[in-house]
Design a protein around this ligand. Structure first.
Ligand SMILES: Cc1cc2nc3c(=O)[nH]c(=O)nc-3n(C[C@H](O)[C@H](O)[C@H](O)COP(=O)(O)O)c2cc1C
Length: 310
C-alpha cells in the first residue's frame, strides 16, 4: 500500500508536493488547472504587513535554464489576505501556508502576530485558519530588509526569535542561498525554535541590457530560479538536512519526479515547486500523479524508505 503522506511540523499533508510562494498566487489563479485538494500544500504569495506595489520596470526575464525575477513582493498586505483570500483557501483540503516578508523587524513581528491572532479567533469559531507560517528572511528583490536578514546569521536570529515569541503556529523559516553560511543559519533557526526550514530562495543575479548600457532591472540585481539552480539547491538541502533534526523542505528548480526523488534522497521531508508552475500550469497535478506512479514502479511504499539515504 503506497502512501505519499507526510507530516511537516505537526501539519499532515497528503503528499510532499507544495506550491512555492510567489509562483502560485493564492491558489485561486490555478484552480481551473489543478484541483487544490490534489496538492500537499500551497504557500501563498509573500505577504507584508502593509500592501506593496512591488518594483517598477522589468520584473521577469528568462535565462538559460532559469528565470530572473524582480517582483519586489507585490502583495495586498496581511489584513486584505485574511479578509479576502483565507476563507477560500481554507475550504480546500490542502495545507495553507502563509509566507511572510518584511522591511524591518517590527513589520515581521506584527504581520505574524496578526495571522496568529486570526487563526486563534477562527479556531474558537471552529473555523480553520492558516496552517503554517513560512518566514521569508531571504527576498533579494526589496531594497530595504528581506535579504539583509537572510545573509547574516545574527540578524536572522533576532527575526526568528521575536517571531517565535508571538506565534504558536508551526513556523518554517525560508533560507537564502545568499546566506554567508546556510548550514549555520539552519542550525540557528532550529535553536531559536523554528519547526522547520525551507530552502532555497532565489540567487542574487544580474542581466545587462547592452543596448541601453544598464541593468535590465531597476534594482540592478534580480533573483535567479529554475533548473539552473537545482544542483546547488540540492547540495544545500543535503548539507542542511545533515546538520539539523527539524524537517527540511527542498526548493530550487524542481521540474520532474526525478528531481523530487533526488531532493528526498538528499534528506528533504517535502518539496516546493516554483518556476515550473510557469512552464506547466498543471505542474502540481502532473507531479503528484507521476510520484505515485514512480513509487508503484520502484516498489517504494513510503518516501521514508529513501529519505536522506545519501
Ligand atoms: C516570480 C517569483 C516570485 C517569487 N516570490 C516569492 C515570494 O513572494 N516569497 C518567497 O519566499 N519566495 C518567492 N519566490 C521564490 C520561490 O518561492 C522559490 O523559492 C524560488 O523560485 C526557487 O524555486 P524554483 O527554482 O522552483 O522557482 C519567488 C519566485 C519567483 C520566480
Amino acid at each position: 500500500m503506497i502512501s505519499m503522506a507526510c507530516n511537516i511540523a505537526g501539519v499532515s499533508m497528503k503528499n510532499p508536493i507544495i506550491m512555492a510562494s510567489g509562483t502560485y498566487g493564492f491558489g485561486r489563479e490555478y484552480q481551473e488547472y489543478v484541483a487544490p485538494a490534489l496538492l500537499g500544500g500551497i504557500v501563498g504569495k509573500g505577504l507584508t504587513l502593509h500592501p506593496k506595489d512591488g518594483n517598477q520596470g522589468v520584473r521577469i526575464n528568462e535565462t538559460a535554464s532559469g528565470l530572473l525575477n524582480s517582483v519586489g513582493l507585490e502583495n495586498p498586505g496581511v489584513v486584505a489576505f485574511l479578509k479576502d483570500e483565507l476563507d477560500e483557501m481554507t475550504r480546500w483540503d490542502t495545507a495553507v501556508i502563509a509566507n511572510i516578508g518584511g522591511a524591518n523587524l517590527e513589520e515581521y513581528v506584527q504581520a505574524v502576530a496578526l495571522i496568529t491572532e486570526n487563526a486563534q479567533k477562527r479556531r474558537t469559531m471552529n473555523r480553520r485558519g492558516v496552517d503554517m507560517l513560512e518566514l521569508n528572511i531571504s527576498c533579494p528583490n526589496v531594497k530595504q530588509g528581506g535579504m539583509q536578514f537572510g545573509v547574516q546569521t545574527e540578524m536572522a536570529r533576532e527575526v526568528v526569535r521575536q517571531v517565535r515569541n508571538v506565534t504558536t503556529l508551526p513556523l518554517v523559516v525560508k533560507l537564502s542561498p545568499n546566506a554567508e553560511n546556510i548550514t549555520e543559519m539552519a542550525i540557528m533557526c532550529e535553536k531559536e525554535g523554528a519547526d522547520g526550514v525551507s530552502l532555497i530562495n532565489t540567487f542574487s543575479a544580474m542581466k545587462i541590457d547592452i543596448r541601453r548600457r544598464r541593468s535590465v532591472f531597476e534594482n540592478t540585481y534580480a533573483g535567479l530560479s529554475g533548473p539552473a539552480i537545482k544542483p546547488i539547491a540540492l547540495r544545500m538541502v543535503h548539507q542542511v538536512a545533515q546538520a539539523v533534526s527539524i524537517p527540511v523542505i527542498g526548493i530550487g528548480g524542481i521540474s520532474s519526479v526525478e528531481d523530487i526523488i533526488e531532493f528526498t534522497m538528499a534528506g528533504a521531508a517535502a518539496i516546493q515547486i516554483g518556476t515550473y508552475n510557469f512552464v506547466q500550469l498543471r505542474a502540481g497535478a502532473e507531479l503528484v500523479e507521476g510520484l505515485e506512479q514512480w513509487m508503484q514502479r520502484e516498489k517504494v511504499n513510503s518516501l521514508d524508505e529513501i529519505r536522506g539515504i545519501i
